[in-house]
Write a protein that binds this ligand. Structure first.
Ligand code: NAG
Ligand code: NAG
Ligand code: NAG
Ligand code: NAG
Length: 456
């Protein structure tokens, strides 16, 4: 038992010594004579290839420095529902392998050799936010320098989890993180560094992505971080990828039509209040708006409540309110022209005060014939209003009826009724104008609020 243990220890010691001796001393561990004439001799690299399972250092207490960088080449998709950003990037890593090294003078000036990456030790750099299976293609190559530096690049399709906030859609900016870290190596075995300046990474990526897709890369920022898991400390590099949505598609397809529809809705108040077209027109508009929302639903983010949805709901409510207003005014006009109720004194005086010239209230532009000059044709349900309100029986007619006294009373009655009707009609128009102004005020404030929110 004890002998066996001693034996094992001796074997380990031997192995370590062997490894140490082989790597130490000469910096050129590879005999490259004849590379320039006979090609690379695989046997010369066999010792390196055999060691690929172990971290290539001569002294295991010293860490391997791996410098990393990446180039973002495309932003394929940003999914607000799954909170994923799918991008395509090239990950570069460079590290020092002390067992690869040759003297370029002896080898016909060869300074750089490419070799299959699967034969070499590779740092296990991964992206923490990665939420997909690794689809790295097989058979990638690595470049080894004559001084022992190995450079390795791999393309990656990265679906990374990202905290997406779509409140400001379509004017939103997102700040996604890509955290590069080693999977197993702790900070004492592997130290991560930057291969390139982050500004350079940002600039290269911006040039490569170009200006075509929906998302614009605004910039990349970077921060070093150490995290402790249990007793292990891990080295991390966090990259902040700031992207901005190009809003033109959404402005053209969502905001402009919606704004036109709501503008037409506001303009429809200029249709005469008594006309029979106003309510159907608004109803058609409302229907059109609903169809528009149904069609454009696909363009909206599938989850969350962006401000634009609030805006649409607001427009829809405004249209419904304006339709309700029209129904109310139509009802009021109908009531006024068929059976006008007695007008309260305060309302009468208010009406007189407001409509007297030079005073506060409305002389709405659309109603050239407000009040007493009311054109009968504009009254709903009244084919020939003169018959109803304005018909004053001629004296001769009254005489024919055979009771001049009652005729006079009737005449007065009719005149009073006509006055009442005109007062109520005037009131209706005044209400219409007032409600229209309230509507405009509400529309202006709510839309301004939405715009201000968008700009913050
Ligand atoms: C390299 O190998 C060649 C034969 O393959 C041998 O002649 C030469 O001495 C070797 N050089 C060194 C520095 O070991
Ligand atoms: C290995 O590295 C450690 C720390 O850097 C050092 O103390 C030790 O002497 C080194 N061992 C050898 C054999 O060089
Ligand atoms: C990594 O970067 C640091 C600082 O830029 C540099 O000193 C070091 O030599 C680099 N290491 C490798 C393996 O390139
Ligand atoms: C992204 O978020 C990080 C941390 O929240 C912050 O430090 C960084 O400045 C942000 N970057 C941008 C461009 O907003």
């Amino acid at each position: 038992m004890e002998r066996g243990w001693l034996h094992g220890e001796g074997f380990l010691l031997c192995l370590t010594l062997h490894l140490l001796l082989q790597g130490r001393g000469d910096t050129f561990s590879i005999n490259c004579s004849g590379f320039d004439q006979h090609g690379v001799d695989p046997a010369a690299f066999q010792a390196v290839f055999d060691r690929k399972a172990f971290r290539p250092v001569t002294n295991f207490s010293s860490p391997t420095h791996v410098n990393v960088s990446f180039t973002l080449s495309a932003i394929l998709e940003v999914d607000a529902q799954l909170q994923l950003m799918t991008s395509f990037l090239w990950l570069n890593a460079i590290w020092y392998n002390p067992f690869i090294g040759w003297n370029p003078e002896e080898c016909g000036g060869i300074r750089k050799l490419s070799m299959a990456a699967e034969n070499l030790w590779l740092p296990d750099i991964f992206i923490e936010e990665f939420m997909d299976t690794d689809q790295t293609p097989r058979g990638l190559m690595a470049y080894a320098n004559s001084d022992g530096h190995v450079r390795y690049s791999k393309p990656m399709r990265v679906s990374s989890i990202c905290n997406l906030d779509i409140f400001y859609f379509p004017f939103d900016e997102q700040n996604c993180t890509l955290t590069l870290s080693s999977f197993v190596y702790t900070a004492e075995n592997m130290v991560l560094g930057m291969e390139q300046d982050v500004q350079e990474i940002s600039k290269t990526s911006q040039n490569i992505i170009g200006n075509k897709g929906e998302w614009v890369l605004q910039g990349i920022h970077q921060r070093m971080k150490k995290t402790t898991v249990g007793t292990n400390v891990f080295n991390k590099i966090i990259f902040y990828v700031a992207i901005r949505r190009r809003p033109s598609l959404y402005i053209i397809n969502l905001l402009v039509p919606s704004s036109f529809l709501i503008a037409i809705d506001a303009l429809s108040f200029y249709l005469p209040a008594g006309s029979e077209n106003r309510a159907p027109f608004k109803m058609t508009l409302l229907l059109g708006y609903n169809v528009f929302l149904l069609l454009m639903n696909d363009l909206l983010p599938a989850s969350g409540t962006p401000l634009i949805s609030v805006y649409f709901a607001l427009c829809l409510s405004l249209m419904v309110v304006s339709l309700m207003e029209t129904i109310f005014i139509t009802y009021l006009l109908h009531l006024a022209t068929t059976q006008p109720p007695p007008m309260p004194r305060w309302l009468h005086s208010l009406l007189l005060r407001c409509t007297s010239p030079g005073k506060c209230c409305p002389a709405a532009p659309q109603k050239g014939n407000t009040g007493l000059g009311l054109s009968p044709a504009h009254l709903p349900g009244v084919k020939e209003p003169v018959e109803l309100v304005g018909k004053v029986p001629s004296p001769r007619e009254a005489e024919l009826n055979g009771c001049p006294g009652s005729a006079r009373a009737q005449q007065e009655d009719e005149a009073q009724k006509q006055h009442l009707v005109s007062l109520w009609v005037r009131f209706s128009h005044m209400m219409d104008t007032l409600l229209f102004r309230l509507y405009l005020l509400f529309m202006a404030t709510s839309i301004t609020t939405v715009i201000v929110l968008w700009n913050t």
